[in-house]
Design a protein around this ligand. Structure first.
Ligand code: AMP
Length: 283
């Protein structure tokens, strides 16, 4: 695997691949890689000639009181995992390489729909930071295919919408959620969960499954089902952020006759904010 820290270096290498008519698959990450990230790289490996991964902890998508400075950075271990997974190129820019003019005056990409609800409601500006950095990374890498985890359901929906709205010639692919054996969705932020909390954090996944099953069996009192999820999270000792039954495409609150539904939840442990979701199609 070849690692580049500059835009110019990566561009030069990828220009050669493009000249040789190779297809490029791209997996953007913030590092601290786990099996969920590596599955995205393996998926890219299977469908594209050349695999590019990026590791960049993007300050623009973190709020002022969030964990940008303490976000786990494990570069050497990440490189070993990417090499083993068959990644060809790693892009690992500095903050200055990505934002040479600083953050305040950086041009932004705004997706005006789906970004003010759910995670966007509790993390103002977050998705603007995501769409801006992903656009920059897309312009740098110019991939044929980009792979994102369904774990960040809203992020994937926003990126799909952005690339459609802005005519980006990139196939956006969603990859399934990788979980620990007890159902906890893998996340770099799981390292913030304390040993005491660990057994109980599965409440988020459990309640998403329970509510999805209730919807499948015909229950339609969405408000009551959402409150059931929040109450169970509180009873397990955590603070719910949101627990919502949404239209899978628009992320609007579900309507009575919607057939494609996604149940999304977020909760706070003592030091982490965890998210998860599950999607269902009603017959
Ligand atoms: P992050 O490093 O958290 O920005 O994540 C980078 C990519 O990995 C995003 O597309 C995430 O949705 C995806 N990802 C993170 N956790 C998981 C998981 N448990 N399963 C599948 N994909 C994931």
């Amino acid at each position: 695997m070849k690692t580049f820290h500059t835009v110019a270096g990566l561009r030069e290498a990828l220009a050669g691949e493009r000249l040789a008519a190779k297809t490029i698959g791209f997996v953007p990450t913030m590092g601290n890689l786990h099996a969920g990230h590596i599955a995205l790289v393996e998926q890219a490996r299977q469908s594209c000639d050349v695999v590019v991964c990026s590791i960049f902890v993007n300050a623009l998508q973190f709020g002022l009181n969030e964990d940008w400075d303490k976000y786990p950075r494990t570069f050497q271990a990440d490189c070993e995992k990417l090499t083993a997974a068959g990644c060809d190129y790693l892009f690992n820019p500095t903050d200055n390489e990505m934002y040479p003019n600083g953050l305040d005056t950086q041009s932004r990409v705004i997706c005006p729909t789906m970004t003010d609800v759910l995670c966007g409601a509790s993390r103002p500006g977050h998705f603007e930071g995501v769409t801006t950095v992903v656009t920059k990374l897309f312009n740098i890498v110019q991939p044929d295919t980009a792979i994102f985890g369904v774990k960040d359901y809203q992020q994937l929906a926003v990126i799909r919408r952005m690339s459609e709205d802005l005519c980006m010639p990139i196939e956006i692919v969603g990859a399934p959620i990788h979980r620990e054996p007890d159902g906890l969705a893998m996340s770099s932020r799981n390292s913030y969960i304390t040993a005491q909390e660990r057994a109980n954090v599965t409440v988020l996944h459990d309640m998403l499954q329970q509510v999805a099953a209730a919807l499948q069996s015909g229950e339609r009192d969405f408000a009551a089902l959402e409150e059931r999820g929040r109450a169970a999270i509180r009873a397990a000792g955590f603070k719910p952020d949101y627990f919502s039954i949404s239209n899978s495409k628009t992320l609007d609150a579900a309507a009575y006759d919607d057939r494609e539904l996604t149940v999304l939840g977020a909760m706070f442990t003592s030091a982490a904010r965890l998210i998860d979701n599950t999607s269902i199609t009603l017959d």
